[in-house]
Design a binder for this molecule. Structure first.
Ligand code: GLV
Ligand code: MN
Ligand code: MN
Length: 409
């Protein structure tokens, strides 16, 4: 192929796309974006993305779980595509960049190929995966796990949100249940770091070597609702106190394991939720993450021991469900080196690093060679309205993506 090493993306267009997508699901009261998977906010974001895909002349494909693909054919009809992807769903009151940057950065790369009349041998494709976040339907990385056949349609369709609405029903309601996919090829995911390392060190690009393992649980304690005034402390079966103790134990566990281990109790609900009643029922979630495979396994067992121990101490019944269990992954060594080399060739500072957050690449790397490109997150903030990356930094990451893709097509 000709030498395209001087080609750069259109940074103004990337900024415009990000800002426009950021209006989809925007909530003025909080300043955040609400594109929870398959919600009305997600639908308007999807509609905008599909319009851009069609207007740019790419083939639009949507599969059974609502993953959206843009396909740009190559001259070799049998060649596997170079795929770039991420997600446009958000957490509740999420930021401008998490997910959307990777999808719109990929679209920008494909538009840049058009602008420069570049014909490729291999096809180039964009993938916007459904429900990466798992914030509404708590089976995260859903679209990429279905795409890579790690989870079946029966399993993903059956997942329900807090209101009892199913994935299948919501997909049909918003009109995103299709039947067309794309083949596997190489996979790049462009993303903001969502942590502080690049920002603190003043480095422009992260060449991501892997992602830490992620496990989620929902645990339910059942005790005895009783009068807050007349029930002596020693006679209580207080589920809220047991859950609070479990949360503290999870923190201690993560600190004891070390090796950047993290553990979080992010949701908790009590019944009957009344000021003068000892909580008879308490449900809470645990998010546990670790890079090392053996420590990840050990930590998961210890979390489940904590559930039992804290219940036993107060005479409670308990049950828990492991909602998600995705082991740590390492990306393809050649693709990580390619990202690193392209960043250096363009003249950007780059460092190798691991990802603290979960990403669709975690599943896609199981079926084809994959790597990720990170750009700095200001003050390491993410999953909040304050999440920020300077557009100049966003453009740099996108240029590294473009040049890495050009090397493979
Ligand atoms: C996804 O953003 C996660 O890491 O929870
Ligand atoms: Mn993300
Ligand atoms: Mn996220």
């Amino acid at each position: 192929m000709e030498n395209h090493s001087d080609i750069r993306i259109n940074s103004e267009r990337l900024e415009r796309s990000l800002k426009e997508m950021g209006e989809m699901g925007f909530t003025p009261e909080t300043g955040g974006r609400n594109r929870l998977a398959l919600s009305d906010g997600d639908k308007v974001g999807r509609d905008l993305l599909c319009k851009w895909i069609i207007d740019s002349g790419f083939e639009l494909r949507i599969d059974e779980i609502g993953n959206i693909f843009a396909y740009r054919a190559g001259t070799d009809k049998d060649a596997a595509p170079v795929i770039m992807g991420s997600h446009i769903d958000t957490v509740r009151d999420g930021g401008l960049f998490d997910g959307a940057y990777g999808v719109l950065g990929s679209l920008e790369v494909m538009r840049t190929l058009n602008d420069n009349n570049i014909t490729t041998t291999r096809p180039v494709a964009l993938a916007a995966f459904t429900n990466e976040e798992g914030a509404r339907f708590q089976l995260d990385l859903m679209g990429s796990s279905y795409f890579t056949k790690a989870r079946t349609l029966d399993v993903v369709y059956a997942v329900k949100d807090d209101a009892g609405l199913s994935i299948e029903g919501e997909l049909k309601r918003i009109g995103y249940c299709g039947n067309k996919t794309i083949p596997y090829g190489n996979y790049f995911e462009l993303h903001i770091e969502q942590g502080p390392k690049l920002d603190v060190e003043g480095v422009s690009i992260g060449a991501v070597e892997g992602i830490q393992g992620l496990a989620w649980w929902r645990c339910e304690y059942s005790g005895e609702a009783n009068h807050a005034g007349s029930t002596p402390m020693e006679l209580r079966h207080d589920t809220l106190l047991a859950a609070a103790e479990a949360a503290m134990e999870v923190e201690k566990l993560a600190l004891r394991i070390g090796n950047s281990c993290v553990g979080t109790v992010g949701r908790i609900s009590v019944e009957p939720d009344v000021i003068n009643i000892v909580a008879g029922k308490c449900c809470f979630t645990v998010d546990f993450r670790q890079y090392d495979k053996a420590l990840f396994e050990q930590g998961k067992h210890e979390v489940e021991d904590i559930f039992a121990r804290c219940a036993g101490k107060r005479g409670l019944k308990f049950e828990f469900k492991r909602l998600v269990d995705v082991p740590p992954v390492s990306f393809d060594a050649d693709m990580v080196s390619l990202v690193e080399r392209k960043a250096k060739e363009i003249g950007y500072s780059v460092k190798r690093m691991y990802s603290g957050a979960g990403h669709d690449a975690q599943f896609v790397c199981k079926v084809c060679p994959a790597a990720m490109i990170f750009v700095p997150s200001k003050d390491g903030r993410s999953h909040c309205p304050e999440e920020w990356t300077d557009f100049a930094d966003a453009a740099k990451g996108c240029n590294v993506l473009l040049q890495s893709v050009l090397e493979l097509i």
